[in-house]
Design a protein around this ligand. Structure first.
Ligand code: SF4
Length: 299
């Protein structure tokens, strides 16, 4: 349960009896979701899950924002944009989804099955895990990487697109379902940055402050003397968030993205809207070239 469009629709379909009733909906809390996501999640729990007898479980591995700024804490890095001293661009390896979303969900599933880590789980024991992937993003549907979870994708089985999910959510009073992802996720598009800046000045100030705080890498790497040789940014054009051109796509951004993907429509879509439905634990944005490891030195 990422609390975005697809997983919200999946929960509602299950609660309404259009799909079999799930036992649990599990939300992995990175501690740094936009306020709109937490309030939507509370509504889902109160108005959809609870009346249907579905238990909403919230699990966490900690607060991704605080951990990045804590010199005492091992930090699973976010996919930050790097500008190296020689002017070359790179990204830090994305470890956050595994640490803050997948890990606590697996831990909870093992508990629910009665085999908490490190107990061995018999081959015949597994959960069926429903993942909200719609037909327009079916390429993101994957098998689970452990035997005790078997993934199903009921929305694609129903032939539902993201637009179908939005229509359905609107019909049950959930038209305002927000995109779910960390407040300061570097995968945001301009539209998401603008939305935060224009609707929640406090959250925007928090993100601008975080962006400035990670310029030389995370706090632990700095404390250990492994300072980043380049600079890290939340915004893809590698400028401070406070100065980022989020009201329009610049010619330079457009040209850079077109060099990477040969599809003008997809380039516009991504620059403006970022990842289609934020960061879901089982369908987070794909492969990012690991040119740097946990804020270590550029390779
Ligand atoms: S939303 Fe972004 S920052 Fe948060 S876990 Fe996913 S990739 Fe990492």
């Amino acid at each position: 349960m990422g609390a975005g469009v697809q997983s919200s629709a999946l929960l509602a379909l299950s609660a309404a009896g259009a799909l079999p009733k799930v036992d649990y909906a599990i939300f992995a809390d990175t501690g740094w979701e936009p306020a709109a996501v937490y309030s939507h999640l509370n509504r889902l729990e109160r108005e959809i899950a609870e009346p249907a007898g579905i238990t909403m479980l919230r699990v966490t591995s900690g607060n991704i924002r605080d951990d990045a700024l804590d010199p005492e804490h091992r930090f699973a890095s976010m996919p930050l944009y790097i500008l190296n001293q020689d002017g070359k661009q790179g990204m830090t390896r994305r470890q956050c989804t595994g640490e803050y979303k997948i890990k606590p969900i697996k831990k909870k599933v093992r508990e629910l099955l009665g085999y908490p880590y490190p107990k061995r789980i018999p081959k015949s024991v597994f959960v069926e895990q429903w993942v909200g992937i719609s037909t327009d993003e079916f390429h993101r549907a994957k098998d689970a990487d452990v035997k005790y979870m078997r993934n199903r994708h009921p929305l694609t089985d129903l032939n539902w697109s993201r637009a179908d999910c939005i229509r359905y959510l609107a019909s049950i009073g959930l038209a305002e379902t927000p995109k779910s992802s960390c407040s300061g996720c570097p995968f945001h598009g301009n539209q998401q940055w603008r939305n935060i800046r224009d609707t929640s000045p406090q959250e925007w100030a928090d993100m601008v402050a975080f962006d400035a705080a990670i310029r030389q890498g995370n706090a632990r790497a700095n404390a250990a003397g492994n300072r980043l040789l380049g600079q890290a940014f939340l915004y893809r054009s590698r400028v401070p968030l406070s100065q980022a051109p989020i009201d329009h796509v610049t010619a330079a951004e457009w040209a850079a993205r077109r060099q990477e993907i040969d599809d003008p429509a997809a380039a516009v879509e991504e620059l403006e809207n970022g990842v289609a439905d934020g960061c879901s634990p089982w369908a987070c944005r794909g492969e990012v070239e690991p040119v740097q490891d946990d804020f270590g030195l550029a390779s």
